[in-house]
Each structure stands twice: as C-alpha cells, then as structure tokens.
Design a protein around this ligand. Sequence first.
Ligand code: ZZB
Length: 272
Amino acid sequence: LEYIGVKLQLEEETVESHAVLKSLKRKPIFLIAATLRPETIYGVTNCWIASNGTYGVYEIIYQSDEWKDKPESEYFIMTPRAARNMAFQGFDGGEFGKPKEILQLTGEQLIGLSLKSPECSFEKIYILPMFNVSTQKGTGIVMSVPSDSPDDYRALLDLKEKAGLREKFHLKNEWVFPFEPVPVVDVPTFGDLSAKVACEKFHVRSQNDVDALKKAKDLVYLKGFYEGKLLKGPYAGELVQEAKAKIKGDLVSQKKAIVYCEPEFPVISRSG
Ligand code: ZZB
C-alpha cells in the first residue's frame, strides 16, 4: 500500500515551550501524516494522533549527491513501526535500514502542539486525539479533513459538543472551535461537505459508531474519487481522478511530502 506522508511542521514556539522537545537540536521537526487523499490537503483543520500510542522522534539524514558535503538532516515524528519501514525507503539515520531514534513520547504528550500544514486554509493547526487512530497503520499520524472524511468530521464534532472529552484531554477551546470544515471537493448529489452528508445519512452519532462510520467512509471514498471535482488550488475544476497524481507530484517535488510504502502482509523469509 502506498501512502503519501505529508510533512506537518511543528512551530518553533511550540517546540521551545515543550517539556521534552525543547531538548532537541534546532532542526525542522515534522509529524508525518499518512494519507491516501493528498488532494484534500487544502481542507486540513487539525492533526490526529492516538493519545495512548507510542511515538518517536527520528533523525532523518539525507545523503544525496546534492548534499554530499553537508548532509541535511531533519526530525520526523511517527510510530517506531513506521520508522522501521521508512528506514528501508530512503529515510534513515545515515545507515540503510536503521532508524535513528532520538527519543520516545506518548500521543498524549503531543496534544496541543501547533503545526503548519502545506497549502492549508488555516495559518496554524493543532494536534488533537481521535479514538480511531491506529498505531498499526501508516505512521499513526493522520491529517484531519472533516469536509471529506467521515471519521474526521465526527471526531471533530465530538470534541466541539462534549466538554467532558475536552476536559479529559486538557484541550483548549482555541485548538478546536475555530476549525470548521473547508469545502475542497464537490461531489454530485452530496455537495461540497460530503463527509457531513454521509454521517447524517448513516446516522453516525459519535466517533465510536464504527460500523456506521465504515459505511459512510466507503461511500464517500467511491463517490469522491470517481465523481468528485476539486474546488481549491492550481487544479481547481479538475476531476479528483485527474488532479490527485499532479498534487501528489507537486507535494513530493517541493519536499512537502514523501512517498511511504507499507508491506501489506507479513514478509516471510524464503531462505528457510
Ligand atoms: C486525509 C483524508 C481525507 C483521508 C479524506 C481520508 C479521506 P484506509 O483506506 O483505511 O487505509 N488514516 C491514515 N492512517 C491512519 C491510522 N493509522 N489510523 C486511522 N486512520 C488513518 O484509510 C486511509 C485513510 O485513513 C487516510 O487518508 C487517513 O485519512 C486515514 F477525505 O487522509 B485520509 C473517505 C475518506 N476520506
């Protein structure tokens, strides 16, 4: 499975005031959000993590010809599992196949940090908890697009509607309330907020309604991909089918995202 890993950069102020991250050397720090929908980047409102998940900060050293004399390095935040896979895909700590882990932290310790997301409609966004983030998939970091992803739509609404949930995770109102879904893709008969329409159609009442959410997600994935038309960015007016690869190419060539592949089944040794 091929994901696009979108690089969400932590803001300097947020790093300097963080108990753990402030000890790091001054380098750009990115949370790597795994997505199958890079064309929805214009509608990102926040970043999701698993609050009880384990994450690591990994130093990534680039040794291309371009940088031979002065290897460039930056920090990626993701699950240890993703770091192990990525170390075989050109994102290692200077040695092929070996991630260079600087420190570990829990998802809870990431909540409330502020980020810049590429091509985002908001100047900065925040890291928030969602129950349906799996640390066994992608990077364990998810970019939230509540206009087009039913999971994201409902989880953000849960945080707005449930004061108890905000208290539980010590969320400030300003991390949650200013962020409304942004129309990004127009889907015939669904309109430009298809996740909301799908959640209503399948009576999704909270982010814990996983069966209804799955139905909503399957439907908008299909409709969005085959019939959706993009509303934002340089490819506005084009079908999602056509624009997707161009946006992916632009993000990767501008180093705003990376390609990350995940083995789909356990790799079995053939030597035995
Ligand atoms: C932005 C986005 C916008 C996404 C959208 C979806 C949609 P799949 O098919 O189940 O693999 N995702 C990525 N990693 C995780 C994770 N570890 N735990 C939970 N969710 C994760 O789904 C891939 C999508 O699931 C990814 O694409 C990501 O959310 C999320 F408008 O990124 B997506 C109808 C879906 N729309």
